[in-house]
Design a protein around this ligand. Structure first.
Ligand code: DGL
Length: 286
């Protein structure tokens, strides 16, 4: 858990805005709520446009800018782009559009920095077509590893079926294992022996929901990077640096909203945050 800031102001009491295309960002929201139990979260799932991973960078960028603006207009003090597809295509634009007084945390940069400092040298990255197509993980991770004095191998592979299956509630369906295995085979990655990858980055915020299936495929010897935990730590640090950490409070109420009401969203939100979620419909697309 992060320490509380002694400075309390109206801004520090404001919620953190977190968004994704659907339920995936809830993995990040949950990690943030555990690390920062005094923080209110205002979550927005753009279910009307899910999946982002198959959309053009222009569309994902335009939607991300509009959602960030919506969350700030709703009073959020910081924004977490809890979507790799949006982080790789729109993080810089979102930060520039909101200005320096609103901290913007994406889900790629903190993971890249953490992995580059870790003990791994052969890294596999899986994600949506948008994320892998951007090449951002490969480029930034190779650079960060070199800067840390340990150049390594980074290979990326798109796994576009996973997020829709997880959104459908199939994260623990028996089909997940063969689907993941087929992608790993297609990527040509070794999972044992001297040529084996030694860490796998699940580069989509939906994927931690299918952690058991991922673990069954990669076995016990390959590190599965816990993106949501790394991002939650970054949120703690950024709030502390900007004096925006919420003061202690006895009851914290989160707000969950979607652009299109879906059953899968309610079920997943309740799984992470308990029953009785009051899911709102924010029809920001008219
Ligand atoms: N959860 C998202 C990500 O991290 C996007 C999944 C999708 O909408 O395709 O990329």
């Amino acid at each position: 858990m992060c320490s509380d800031s002694s400075r309390s102001s109206l801004a520090s009491e404001a919620p953190i805005g977190i968004f994704d295309s659907g339920i995936g960002g809830l993995t990040v929201a949950h990690a943030v709520s555990r690390a920062l139990p005094n923080e209110r979260i205002h979550y927005f799932g753009d279910t009307a446009h899910m999946p982002y991973g198959d959309r053009s960078p222009e569309l994902v960028r335009a939607w991300s800018l509009r959602i960030a603006e919506h969350l700030v207009n709703a009073g959020c003090k910081a924004i977490v782009i809890a979507c790799n597809s949006a982080s790789t295509t729109a993080a810089a634009e979102v930060a520039a559009s909101l200005g320096a007084h609103i901290p913007v945390v994406d889900v790629v940069s903190p993971v890249v920095q953490a992995v580059a400092k870790g003990p791994w040298s052969r890294i596999g990255v899986i994600g949506t077509r948008a994320t892998i197509g951007s090449g951002v993980y490969g480029t930034s991770l190779r650079l960060a590893m070199e800067l840390n004095g340990k150049p390594g191998l980074v290979e990326e592979w798109p796994t576009p079926l996973l997020a829709p299956l997880i959104e459908e509630g199939w994260h623990d369906h028996e089909l997940m294992v063969p689907v993941i295995q087929s992608y790993i085979d297609a990527a040509g990655w070794r999972l044992e022996g001297p040529q084996s990858i030694d860490a796998l980055i699940p580069g989509c915020t939906h994927y931690p929901l299918a952690l058991d299936a991922l673990r069954r495929v990669v076995g016990e010897n390959i590190a599965l990077i816990n993106g949501p935990e790394i991002v939650a730590k970054e949120v703690c640090d950024r709030l502390e640096q900007t004096g925006l950490t919420a003061p202690a409070q006895s009851k914290v109420r989160h707000r969950f909203a979607v652009s299109d009401l879906t059953l899968s969203f309610t079920q997943s939100a309740e799984r992470f945050f308990g029953s009785g979620i009051d899911l709102q419909h924010d029809p920001i697309w008219g």
